[in-house]
Design a protein around this ligand. Structure first.
Ligand SMILES: Cc1cc2nc3c(=O)[nH]c(=O)nc-3n(C[C@H](O)[C@H](O)[C@H](O)COP(=O)(O)OP(=O)(O)OC[C@H]3O[C@@H](n4cnc5c(N)ncnc54)[C@H](O)[C@@H]3O)c2cc1C
Length: 235
């Protein structure tokens, strides 16, 4: 069913208009686009974005919609190194009023039910969780829910930290910031023994990180069914 919905959604293409961009941290930039009234998504999903203002090779990337639908803006947050791909160079060239093309939204990485949820982000893998938490906050739905965010960033830059701290104040969600793998594993051990398979475990980030955390959860007797993965292919 999810696959069929995605196959249909991928044919929904629209041009979205660039508003502005800003630097979040040393290698991370946020880009904002206008959201038409009829565009919506489930917080955590991604779109396929195409550069249209110039011809480049491999001009399409899957990118998470880092804003919540309730924010009424399309926000993308990208890690951009000193020597970026042509796609990312083209993103940095965008000026107000220019457009990029979006297909989708697609994907099944969104909060499925009211089970206790453990959200595990590796670096830029924080983007789908920003969307989920902002949406819960906007709906007034973040109180009374058991949601733990474990945010691992070896570079210690913790993009969105101020926003996440504000969400903490308005909801019962808790966030743990971590910069070492060992500490992350300890937190995962605590939460997986607390919730077991009554919990849902959502992991987002680079492939190697997602796969190793998933294996670690399974070695803690968490079943594959309780684990949802958002693998950021390309890192
Ligand atoms: C479902 C999904 C959601 C995603 N969401 C996001 C998101 O929200 N934010 C995000 O940033 N990404 C996201 N991604 C990843 C994104 O699609 C890109 O694959 C990723 O950003 C890499 O971008 P890039 O290929 O343009 O290259 P770059 O990031 O510019 O580079 C990619 C890799 O190539 C290396 N590299 C770069 N230049 C060179 C060179 N000259 N020689 C050798 N190596 C080089 C870099 O070190 C890096 O490891 C998502 C992916 C998926 C599948």
């Amino acid at each position: 069913m999810g696959f069929l919905q995605d196959a249909i959604a991928i044919f929904k293409k629209r041009d979205v208009t660039f508003i502005d961009s800003y630097k979040e941290s040393e290698e991370v930039y946020t880009f904002r686009f206008e959201k038409d009234k009829d565009v919506t998504w489930k917080a955590g999903q991604h779109g396929l974005f195409t550069i249209t203002h110039k011809k480049i090779k491999n001009g399409i990337r899957p990118i998470t919609l880092a804003s919540a639908p309730a924010e009424n803006v399309i926000q993308l947050t990208l890690r951009i190194s000193n020597d970026p791909s042509d796609f990312k160079k083209a993103m940095l060239e965008l000026k107000q009023g220019m457009k990029i093309r979006m297909s989708g939204p697609v994907g099944s990485f969104y909060l499925k039910d009211d089970s206790p949820s453990v959200l595990i982000a590796g670096g830029i893998g924080i983007t789908p969780f920003r969307s989920m938490l902002k949406q819960l906050e906007a709906e007034g739905n973040g109180v009374g829910k058991e949601i733990h965010l474990l945010y691992m960033d070896g570079k210690n830059s913790f993009v969105y930290k101020d926003e996440l701290d504000e969400i903490l104040n308005n909801t019962s969600i808790d966030v743990t910031y971590l910069d070492a793998r060992d500490d992350l594993q300890k937190e995962i051990n605590k939460l997986s023994s607390l919730h077991g398979n009554n919990g849902k475990y959502y992991i987002a980030g680079p492939k190697s990180m997602v796969e190793s955390i998933s294996a670690h959860l399974q070695s803690n007797a968490i079943s594959k069914k309780s684990i949802q993965k958002d693998v950021f292919i390309g890192y």
